[in-house]
Design a protein around this ligand. Structure first.
Ligand code: GDP
Length: 522
C-alpha cells in the first residue's frame, strides 16, 4: 500500500480548457518541453489538413519518439507524475471533450489576453464547475497587446462566477511586456526574448523595490508595477487553497507560451497547487483511491491509427493498482474479464501497459463490451454515481450518396454514435434516412469527415429546423401534433420539436406523457 499511496500522491491528472486559438497546443508543447519529454519545441504546431489535436500528438510522437497514450500525455516533473488529458478536436464542440473532463482532477483554463473569456471557454468551464474540480487560469499571449489585467480578472469573476486571485502579475504587455511579478514569492521574473522561443527562457529574479529593476524595466513600468502591487495587496483577497480545491477560486498566472515565458513557472506552481486523484463517486458512496482496483471508461474511439482499425476504450484508473492481465468484473453486465490487452500508443505501434495507478489513463482494446461510463473493478458492485450526458440541440438528416455502401454506413453510424460524435435517431413515420443530433453543428462535420476517411462512405447532411428533443415516458400511443416522432438507437420513443412553444403546446395536450431532456435509467 505504501507504493500505492506514494504513486497516488505524486500524480496530477488535468485537462486544458480553452477557446480555439487561445494557445492550448502551444502551452501543451511547452509543458512537455519543461517536463523533459521533448528538447526543442516547435515541431508540434505544423498541422496537416484538419487541425485535430490527435494529429498534433501523432506527428509529435513520430518526430520526437515520445510515448503518448493518445488520450493523455505523460511526463515527470519535480518528482510528480503529470498526466495531461488530450481533449481532442478542440475546434469542435463535442460531447467527447466533455466526457474527457470526467477523467481530470483539475483543469487549466487558458485565456487569450486580448480576448479574455470566450464562448467555448464558458461552456467547458461550466462542465468543470459542475464536477467541482479546481481550475487554474493562464492568461496567454502577453507579448501581444492585452486587456488591462484588472479588467480581465473582473471579467473572469463576472462571466464565470468564480473568484479570480492573481498569483503572478504582468509587467507591461505587447512589445513592452517585460515579465511577471510573483506575488507570493515577491520576486520579479524578467522576460527575455529568445529566438522563436525555442529553448528555455532565462529568468532573472529580483525584488519589486530593487532599484536595478527600474533600470531593467524602465521607470514608467516600474512605477506602474509598484502601484498595481499595492492595489492587489490592499484590495484583492489572498489565495486560499481550500477555496481553490472546492472550485470556488481560480489562481491566475500570466505569460506568453509562444516565447516560453511564464510556462515553467506555472508548472512549478501547478504541481504543488493541483490535487492528486481523489475519491470516485459511486452509487454506494465515495471510493477512495488507495484501495483495490477500480477503473471507469470515459471515452471510446474507433480507428485510432491506420495500423489498428479497431476500437479502444479509454479507462481512467480510479483506485488501486492496475496490472495487465488482472481479472476484474465488468460491473454493468456482471461478467468477469481479464484486462490483458492494455496499451498506450508509441509511434503508431502499441506498447503494453504493465501497471498503472489512480489518475493514469490506460487504453483497452474494446471488443464491443464497453460503453461510456462502464466500470471494471475487483468489487462486483461498483457503479458510477453519474456520468454527464448532453441533450442535442441541433439535428440533421443524413443521406448516403452511394446506396451500395449501406453496411459500412451503418457500421460507421453505430461506432461514431457509440463514441459520442453524434446521437442517432430513426424515424418512425416511414422516412428512411436517420437523423443525427449534436450539441454543436461542428460535430456533424466531424461525423461526415470521419465517415469518409474511416469508413469510405460519403453522406449528405442537411441541418433541420428542429431544436429540441424529448424522450417520452408514459402512455405514448397517441401521436402528438407539431412534433416529429423518432426513436433513439435503443428503440426508445423520442420527439423532436421546432420550438419551445411547440413543446409546451404538446405537453399541455398530453398531460399523461413525460417529456424528458435525457433518456431515463441511463
Ligand atoms: P489552440 O487552438 O488553443 O491549440 O492554439 P495554438 O496553440 O494553436 O495557438 C494559436 C495561435 O496563437 C498560433 O498561431 C500560435 O502560434 C499563437 N500563439 C500561441 N501562444 C501565443 C503567445 O503566447 N503569443 C503569441 N503572440 N501568439 C501565440
Amino acid at each position: 500500500m505504501d507504493q500505492l499511496l506514494h504513486e497516488i500522491q505524486r500524480r496530477r491528472t488535468f485537462a486544458i480548457i480553452s477557446h480555439p486559438d487561445a494557445g492550448k497546443t502551444t502551452i501543451t508543447e511547452k509543458l512537455l518541453l519543461y517536463g523533459g519529454a521533448i528538447h526543442e519545441a516547435g515541431s508540434v504546431t505544423a498541422r496537416e489538413g484538419s487541425s485535430s489535436t490527435r494529429s498534433d500528438w501523432m506527428s509529435m510522437e513520430q518526430q520526437r519518439g515520445i510515448s503518448i497514450s493518445s488520450s493523455a500525455l505523460t511526463f515527470e516533473y519535480q518528482g510528480h507524475h503529470v498526466n495531461l488529458l488530450d481533449t481532442p478536436g478542440h475546434q469542435d464542440f463535442s460531447e467527447d471533450t466533455y466526457r474527457t473532463l470526467t477523467a481530470a482532477d483539475s483543469a487549466l483554463m487558458v485565456l487569450d489576453a486580448a480576448r479574455g473569456v470566450q464562448a467555448q471557454t464558458e461552456k467547458l468551464f461550466a462542465v468543470c464547475r459542475n464536477r467541482g474540480i479546481p481550475i487554474l487560469t493562464f492568461v496567454n499571449k502577453m507579448d501581444r497587446p492585452a486587456q488591462d489585467p484588472f479588467e480581465l480578472l473582473e471579467q473572469v469573476e463576472k462571466t464565470l462566477a468564480i473568484r479570480a486571485v492573481p498569483l503572478t502579475w504582468p509587467i507591461g504587455d505587447g512589445p513592452d511586456f517585460k515579465g511577471v511579478y510573483d506575488l507570493q514569492a515577491k520576486q520579479v521574473l524578467v522576460f527575455e526574448r529568445v529566438a522563436r522561443g525555442k529553448t528555455r527562457a532565462p529568468v532573472n529574479v529580483t525584488s519589486v523595490g530593487d532599484p536595478a529593476l527600474a533600470e531593467l524595466i524602465g521607470p514608467e513600468l516600474h512605477a506602474k508595477l509598484q502601484e498595481d502591487v499595492d492595489l492587489i495587496e490592499g484590495a484583492l483577497p489572498e489565495f486560499d487553497q481550500d477555496e481553490f480545491l472546492r472550485g470556488e477560486l481560480t489562481p491566475v498566472f500570466f505569460g506568453s507560451a509562444i516565447t516560453n515565458f511564464g510556462v515553467e513557472h506555472f508548472l512549478s506552481k501547478f504541481v504543488h497547487l493541483a490535487p492528486s486523484p481523489g475519491p470516485l463517486e459511486t452509487t454506494s458512496g465515495a471510493l477512495p483511491p488507495d484501495t483495490e482496483f477500480t477503473g471507469f471508461i470515459f471515452k471510446l474511439q474507433a480507428n485510432m491509427s491506420k495500423h489498428h482499425r479497431d476500437r479502444t476504450a479509454f479507462m481512467r484508473v480510479a483506485s488501486g493498482k492496475f496490472e495487465r492481465g488482472m481479472e476484474v468484473t465488468h460491473t454493468r453486465t456482471g461478467r468477469k474479464m481479464r484486462l490483458s490487452r492494455a496499451h498506450t500508443l508509441f509511434a503508431q505501434d502499441r506498447e503494453s501497459v504493465e501497471e498503472a495507478f489512480p489518475g493514469d489513463i490506460v487504453g483497452l482494446v474494446n471488443p464491443g463490451v464497453f460503453r461510456i461510463g462502464d466500470v471494471v473493478s475487483f468489487s462486483p458492485k461498483v457503479q458510477l454515481a453519474s456520468f454527464p450526458r448532453f441533450t442535442p440541440e441541433t439535428f440533421a438528416n443524413v443521406t448516403m450518396r452511394d446506396v451500395t455502401k449501406r453496411k459500412a454506413f451503418h457500421k460507421g453510424l453505430e461506432q461514431l454514435a457509440e463514441e459520442g460524435v453524434v446521437q442517432v435517431f430513426y424515424p418512425t413515420d416511414g422516412a428512411r434516412d436517420p437523423l443525427l443530433g449534436a450539441v454543436g453543428p461542428l460535430q456533424f462535420e466531424v461525423f461526415q469527415h470521419r465517415l469518409r476517411e474511416e469508413y469510405n462512405v460519403d453522406v449528405e447532411l442537411n441541418v433541420t429546423s428542429y431544436q429540441l428533443v424529448r424522450w417520452l415516458a408514459g402512455d405514448t400511443s397517441e401521436v402528438a401534433r407539431f412534433a416529429r416522432n423518432v426513436e433513439d438507437d435503443e428503440g426508445r420513443p423520442v420527439m423532436l420539436f421546432r420550438s419551445k412553444y411547440d413543446l409546451e403546446y404538446t405537453q399541455r395536450n398530453h398531460p399523461g406523457i413525460e417529456f424528458l431532456p435525457l433518456p431515463k435509467n441511463l
